[in-house]
Design a binder for this molecule. Structure first.
Ligand code: X2W
Length: 278
């Protein structure tokens, strides 16, 4: 157990394991995995997730595919256009979006199975969505209802649900949904004990490119957002995390870390990456 030795003391880990094992199994953790992590850090991701399963915990994984979509759409000659950070998605683009999400989802499921972890591919049936603004964004959705049944079925057999952020309208039209938005909706419904965003950077970065240990939104949000070094992506992320935490019980928190640090984040007091509290 190489992962364990790089974490905390055995006693500390046992305390957390005991606490988690007493929870409702489906509320243990939601882990959002950005597309860049699937591309650059798949081995660390799969070993961290497999480790959780070995100790009897089943995280719910929701993934994006942003960089892969950029690449495949560009290869098809579709010029990238975004509105407020959301990808304008035409019918031609959607066909590629669906194919890329499916490929990335299966890549993660197969990588988990290759290290003897049980994982279930969930490409549809979780997010009922509606158009955000059909004229400006095209086939892009916001989640209007979350159906937990496919997730619960997977967790009942201790298989890690691996969910793509595609939505479906009541009329059956598939829509492209931003993966952070989808994660937020899932979290509001599940109210999980742990919420983790896995990113390549391993946390929110300060002006010198160093990971910020912790952020207390109630006292720091306004001053952070006013910093000149807060860039587009991080600004959007922080805004979303604030919105997410506003809808959760006051003691909730969100961790942003990298895949290799996932177990440390979950099983030690000190954690790793950036811890955001309300
Ligand atoms: C996103 C879905 C993928 C995503 C997109 O098309 O890029 C919209 O913008 P990451 O890797 O988590 O960023 N959807 C509507 O969010 O992936």
């Amino acid at each position: 157990m190489r992962l364990l030795s790089s974490m905390g003391s055995a006693k500390e880990i046992q305390q957390y394991l005991k606490r988690f094992s007493q929870l409702d199994a489906k509320r243990f953790a939601v882990v959002k995995v950005g597309g860049a992590v699937l591309r650059d850090d798949l081995d660390a991701l799969t070993s961290s997730l497999a480790f959780l399963q070995q100790v009897g915990l089943t995280p719910i994984v929701l993934h994006g595919a942003g960089p892969q979509l950029d690449e495949e759409l560009a290869a098809a000659g579709i010029v990238k256009q975004t509105v407020d950070g959301l990808r304008v998605t035409s019918p031609q683009a959607l066909a590629i979006v669906r194919r890329v999400f499916q490929a990335q989802n299966l890549k993660l499921v197969e990588a988990l199975q290759a290290v003897d972890a049980r994982a279930t591919s969930i490409l549809s049936g979780v997010f009922e969505a509606d158009y955000i603004d059909r004229d400006r964004l095209g086939l892009v959705g916001e989640v209007v209802r979350v159906n937990l049944a496919p997730i619960e079925a997977s967790i009942r057999v201790s298989s890690i649900p691996v969910i793509a952020s595609l939505g479906e309208t009541a009329g059956g039209q598939i829509l492209n949904v931003n993966a952070d938005f989808a994660a937020n909706e899932l979290v509001q419904v599940l109210q999980p004990y742990k919420i983790v965003f896995l990113t390549g950077a391993g946390g929110l970065l300060d002006g010198d490119g160093k990971v910020i240990d912790s952020i207390n939104l109630s006292s720091e949000y306004e001053s952070l957002m006013a910093q000149p070094w807060i860039e587009g992506g991080m600004r959007l992320k922080l805004e979303q995390i604030k919105r997410l935490l506003d809808g959760l019980p006051p003691a909730s928190s969100v961790s942003i870390t990298r895949p290799a640090e996932l177990a440390k984040e979950l099983f030690t007091h000190r954690g790793s990456g950036t811890l955001v509290r309300r």
